[in-house]
Design a protein around this ligand. Structure first.
Ligand SMILES: Cc1cc2nc3c(=O)[nH]c(=O)nc-3n(C[C@H](O)[C@H](O)[C@H](O)COP(=O)(O)OP(=O)(O)OC[C@H]3O[C@@H](n4cnc5c(N)ncnc54)[C@H](O)[C@@H]3O)c2cc1C
Length: 407
């Protein structure tokens, strides 16, 4: 029962790390709480597993909120190309879709999971299921791990790969935070990320399902600009969603404001000047017809905008007052939404927050608080954008840890 390394959690981070350490001939055990491995991995990418993204690895650096500095080294040492190569060697070829997302060619997440398990098996890594670790202690340089059923295991090194707190029914219930804090770690408050938002304004809720391919979104906290992004935006029956919203949720709090520019990349000033020049020249042409020249604005959206502003649907350009024109420009380029809520942990694809990065060495993933303890994957205070960035971070942090432990 004494191992060189015990990995807690059989998600992508834990399994990948275990396989890589196992390759060096070390005695490795994975303890998994569930009756099966990788439950979250199996549902990722709608069951197809978007395991990384295409393009130069430098483009990944800005995809992890404010944590570029920490994650950069790991991503550089185990890149998206390395991930693709790893799976190719395991017999899983990949395909890059139009939006740059990389999936297994079979579109089956089970193939990705099986490849990870196969490497573990080949390297004699033991994987034990229904073994939820509830307690860790370190005495005389040796870790003792105790499970919920009272089983005990000893190890020289422990890797915490227990994931975050989102989708808790899949096994990630925040145990890693408790285990690490008991060993002296600080946990940055876990928050739901990559989720939808609800808004006080319900103007566009009837248009639920309508999306904009490239809308500009600015987040404001107490009237201070937090972040500006652009991308695909979706109206929902209670607020907003779509990648541009999901990617910004890591910074959002109820009470914050969002301003949406439906005519991005045109700015407020550009639209104001264009409307001021063109609308008075259009005479009897309907305002609705004028607005339809903008490809991104659907008829139902324009009708809702006019109704919301109290402008009749059949208003002609000639009769549109200056005030109405300005209201129209503001609604189309600086449409304001007050956030009433952020989707909870049951709908968040990842957890923002987690084990503080200040206490982890980014070149090894070893704890600066407890020698021999390592933390990898989503349990860390790292969350990536949608598009394969989270699973890539799980592999990259696992690789850095494993190469250090395999030495
Ligand atoms: C619906 C959904 C879709 C997603 N789609 C994508 C996608 O397409 N691309 C992408 O990059 N990311 C995606 N993600 C995010 C991605 O799945 C996670 O970031 C990734 O799985 C994190 O890997 P991990 O190994 O760190 O943690 P997890 O995958 O959460 O694995 C942690 C493991 O640890 C186990 N565990 C927890 N506590 C204990 C304990 N006390 N003892 C023993 N075991 C324990 C858990 O049961 C679990 O098996 C998605 C997430 C969700 C919810």
């Amino acid at each position: 029962m004494h191992y060189h390394t015990i990995v807690i959690g059989a998600g992508p981070a834990g399994l990948f790390a275990a396989g890589q350490i196992g390759k060096s001939g070390r005695k490795v055990l994975v303890l998994e709480k569930n009756a099966q491995a990788g439950k979250k991995l199996l549902i990722s990418g709608s069951g197809q597993c978007n395991f990384t993204h295409s393009g130069p690895i430098e483009h990944f650096f800005t995809r992890y909120g404010d944590h570029e500095k920490f994650i950069k080294g790991a991503l550089t040492r185990f890149t998206n190309e390395d991930t693709i190569r790893f799976f190719e060697q395991a017999g899983i070829s990949s395909e890059t879709r139009e939006n740059g997302k990389v999936f297994p060619k079979s579109s089956k997440s089970i193939d990705v999971l099986n490849a990870l398990l196969m490497v573990c098996k080949k390297c004699n890594v033991e994987v034990k299921y229904n073994q939820g670790v509830s307690h860790i202690e370190r005495y005389d340089g040796i870790f003792t791990l105790e499970t919920q059923d009272g089983e005990r295991y000893l190890a020289d090194h422990v890797v915490v790969a227990t994931g975050g707190k989102s989708f808790p029914h899949l096994g990630s219930t925040g145990d890693g935070y408790r285990l690490a804090s008991a060993l002296g770690h600080t946990v940055v408050e876990p928050r739901p990320a990559l989720t939808y938002v609800t808004t006080h304004e319900r103007t566009y809720c009837a248009l639920s399902g309508i999306s904009f391919k490239d809308a500009g979104v600015t987040l404001w906290h107490e009237n201070k600009k937090q972040v500006e992004r652009h991308g695909s935006l979706l109206f929902t029956h209670k607020g907003l969603s779509g990648p541009v919203i999901l990617d910004a949720t890591r910074w959002m709090m109820p009470g914050d404001q969002l301003t949406v520019n439906y005519l991005y990349p045109m700015t407020y000033e550009m639209v104001r000047d264009q409307f001021a020049k063109e609308i008075p020249e259009r005479g009897k042409e309907g305002v609705l017809t004028y607005l339809k020249q903008f490809d991104t604005l659907t008829r139902s959206f324009c009708e809702t905008v006019l109704e919301h502003l109290g402008i009749p649907n059949d208003q002609t350009c000639a009769r549109l007052s200056k005030k109405e024109r300005e209201m129209l420009v503001t609604e189309l380029t600086r449409c304001t939404f007050n956030l009433s809520g952020i989707g909870g942990m049951n709908s968040a694809m990842v957890t923002a927050g987690g084990i503080s990065l200040k206490e982890i060495n980014p070149t090894t993933m070893e704890s600066r608080k407890q020698k021999g303890l390592y933390c990898i994957g989503e349990v860390l205070d790292i969350d990536g954008d949608t598009g394969g960035y989270n699973i890539q971070a799980a592999f990259s942090t696992a690789y850095v840890c494993a190469t250090h432990l395999a030495k």
